[in-house]
Design a protein around this ligand. Structure first.
Ligand code: ADP
Ligand code: MG
Length: 680
């Protein structure tokens, strides 16, 4: 018999009869350990009540019980398709039952036997399209759990694996939420949550279990956050940066433009923080193109004149390259050494950067995750800036910060974060906002066109090209691994290159090598490429003011926030700019999105709309790990729970900062496990 809590966190293959292949299928759902399996909850339940035939609506999913009256018959059609059919008598009526591609069921269906089948009912044909034969055991229950699955694993299989885990390891589950809190808020224990969500007795207990699971999930997250804050506050003193105001004035005069009102305000806020002998924790929020990078340059330069080093971490190679170019071009003339460090930096060069960071020769390093490597050491890191910070995990951030002696921290984001979310995730940061666009900026003219009006777009494209401007053509690539999507981009590139054969048309996509991407980007920046056909890799922060037109194909396949981010690549110069959303939306929701994006340019408003239409998980994208992806809870609808969980988590950590008390032992284990996941 197993006794060790650690066993819970073992790979699913530790379960009897689970092999590598099943483990692989489960991994595609994000399930790696026994623990993950137990906490993979159904997203809804289907009611397994049987209804009289005349009360069933067309297309309704129901459980029907009856007697098999004809021998099941299998017919084959199409390519490897089959239909298993038989008649079933329910009271005095006879209906037809069909199972598609489940010919193997034949042996379990006996003429004359009573059977219960769950499926979709067609009133006109009086037929049931069967989903599954319900075993006696399940039939007794009212609710059938429905899990989110994919092509690698079926409902039934997943369900049986979860049951296997429950049978083997449930007793290893202790309590995450302390007893006192469970009493106070009337919450179930972890074991109760698991049994009641996977096998609810009735809808009431399922509801209670879900409520408890939501609290538990928020609580776990908030405890982690509270621990980070706690560690931070215990050595909050930062170092006062005595920056050189005269030097900063030189920076101001060296810029080709004047800072906007909001930029000035924000720079002042940052400088005030840096001057205080307290570690700065500031979030700079500003729509795409609002000029955050320049603000970052002011922060960096101040830190350097005060005798410190600075670093800027960004989520992608392209961005790193681009920020490096910009910062280098502004600061190098002022005598600052700027370096670029990414995954594709050559080994020799890396060694040199490591050395010069350590001895202080390099003043500021711009880079990607490569900055987190243990080999990266600073002489005196005084300022850490993280761009698009929601794309990084909490731990990645703190690892970079740990390379300095309580350095000041500035996070920047262009994703307008709805206030509800900002309150929770960034609750511990001071917030600076840039609302005004830089002076002289003209709003982008946005238009939604259906594909039969493409000629209009093509005419406009030619006009713009003739006037010497550059163009982005964006095609959706929902998952970088989808071959068909990549082919779309390639086909589109070919067509456009043929149509505009007198211009230089290039293709950029996520599957290209880092070097190739950088080459294409720098050719585009230099104006040697006229049209850049690209996937959403172009999304964040790319800055080419001469590119003032964008055409987004199949725009309905993007979310509002993403469309807004994409559009933000243009409208960066002093000239008028144009964005065309090419789309033939197939449903109302998609149509609505096209209407909103083509008439609204305010990122904050769009984020709210997006949140309404899709829920928070999708707005920020699954990959953006810095924002917690809550599985059970929803930060909008369960906001109050989130607030309570936060308060209680704080109390707990104040009371037991390192979770050393016996009763918090399991909580600590779970946190260690989830932390580890984030770091991988
Ligand atoms: P963000 O990072 O917020 O998306 P950037 O810092 O990249 O925006 O700025 C977008 C563009 O606007 C850049 O080309 C930048 O040089 C320019 N810019 C920034 N501030 C100003 C300003 N005050 N006046 C004119 N142009 C500006
Ligand atoms: Mg930026």
């Amino acid at each position: 018999m197993k006794e060790q809590t650690e066993d819970l966190f073992l790979p699913v293959t530790s379960l009897k009869g689970v092999g590598a292949k099943t483990a692989e299928s489960l991994a595609s759902l994000g399930i790696n350990s026994v623990y993950d399996l137990l906490f993979y909850f159904p997203f809804r339940y289907d009611d397994l009540e049987t209804l009289p035939l005349d009360q069933i609506m067309d297309g309704q999913k129901v459980l029907l019980k009856g007697i098999v009256t004809t021998e099941p018959f299998v017919s084959h059609f199409g390519y490897r398709k089959s239909r298993l059919s038989f008649k079933m008598r329910i009271d005095h009526e006879v209906i037809m039952v069909n199972f598609f591609n489940q010919a193997w069921l034949k042996k379990s269906i006996e003429t004359g036997a009573e059977i219960a089948i769950y499926g979709k009912y067609n009133v006109v044909r009086q037929s049931l399209s069967g989903y599954k034969v319900v075993a006696q055991k399940e039939e007794d229950k009212d609710l059938m759990p429905i899990y989110s699955v994919n092509k690698h694993i079926k409902q039934k299989k997943l369900q049986s694996l979860i049951d296997l885990a429950i049978g083997a390891d449930l007793t290893l589950i202790k309590d995450t939420v302390p007893l006192e809190l469970r009493r106070k808020y009337r919450l179930m224990t972890d074991q109760e949550i698991i049994t009641n969500l996977h096998h609810p007795q009735d809808s009431n207990s399922a509801k209670l279990a879900r409520r408890s699971a939501i609290f538990r999930e928020f609580f776990l997250f908030q405890v982690q956050l509270a621990q980070i804050v706690n560690q931070r506050d215990s050595h909050l003193q930062g170092i006062s940066k005595k920056y050189d105001l005269e030097a900063v004035k030189d920076l101001i005069t060296s810029l080709p433009f004047e800072l906007s009102q909001d930029q000035k305000k924000v720079v002042n806020e940052i400088y005030a923080d840096m001057h205080e002998p307290i570690q700065m924790h500031r979030l700079l929020q500003g729509d795409v193109g609002s000029g955050k990078t320049v603000v970052a340059v002011f922060a960096i330069y101040a830190a350097i004149t005060a005798g410190f080093q600075a670093t800027l971490m960004v989520p992608t190679e392209i961005l790193a390259q681009q920020h490096f170019n910009k910062i280098d071009s502004i600061l190098r003339p002022l005598g600052v050494r700027v370096a670029l460090l990414t995954g594709t930096t050559k080994e020799l060069e890396k060694q040199e950067i490591y050395r010069e960071l350590k001895d202080g020769t390099i003043n500021v390093v711009v880079g990607t995750h490569a900055l987190i490597q243990p080999k990266v050491e600073f002489k005196d890191l005084g300022l850490v800036i993280i761009d698009e910070q929601h794309r990084f995990g909490v731990n990645q951030r703190s690892e970079l910060v740990a390379k300095g002696d309580n350095p000041d921290i500035l996070a920047m984001t262009a994703t307008p974060i709805p206030r509800t979310l900002a309150l929770t995730v960034y609750g511990d940061m001071a917030v600076s906002e840039i609302h005004t666009l830089p002076n002289g900026r003209k709003p982008i003219e946005s238009q939604w066109v259906t594909s039969n009006h493409l000629d209009r777009v093509l005419i406009k494209m030619r006009q713009q090209l003739e006037a010497g401007f550059q163009i982005y053509v964006v095609t959706p690539l929902i998952s970088e691994s989808e071959k068909s999507d990549l082919k779309n981009a390639e086909d589109l590139h070919k067509k456009i290159a043929e149509y505009f054969s007198d211009y230089n048309v290039a293709l950029l996509h996520g599957q290209m090598k880092g070097d190739d991407k950088n080459d294409i980007m720098s050719e585009f920046v230099q104006g040697n490429i006229n049209i850049l056909v690209t996937t959403s890799v172009i999304e964040v922060g790319v800055d080419v003011p001469n590119a003032n037109m964008m055409i987004i194909f199949n725009a309905e396949r993007f979310g509002l926030s993403q469309l807004h981010q994409l559009r933000g690549r243009i409208g960066r110069g002093q000239t008028a700019s144009y964005c065309f959303f090419v789309s033939d939306p197939k449903n109302e929701e998609a149509k609505r999105r096209m209407e909103i994006i083509s008439t609204t340019s305010d990122g904050f408003e769009l984020a709210q709309e997006d949140l309404k239409l899709r829920g928070e998980g999708d707005v920020f994208g699954k990959a953006q790990s810095g924002l917690p992806q809550f599985k059970t809870g929803d930060v909008v609808t369960n906001y109050n729970t989130l607030v309570v969980a936060k308060k209680e988590a704080r109390n707990l950590i104040n009371d037991d900062p390192n979770l050393e008390k016996e009763e918090n032992h399991f909580l600590k284990k779970v946190i260690q496990y989830t932390n580890k996941l984030q770091n991988d």
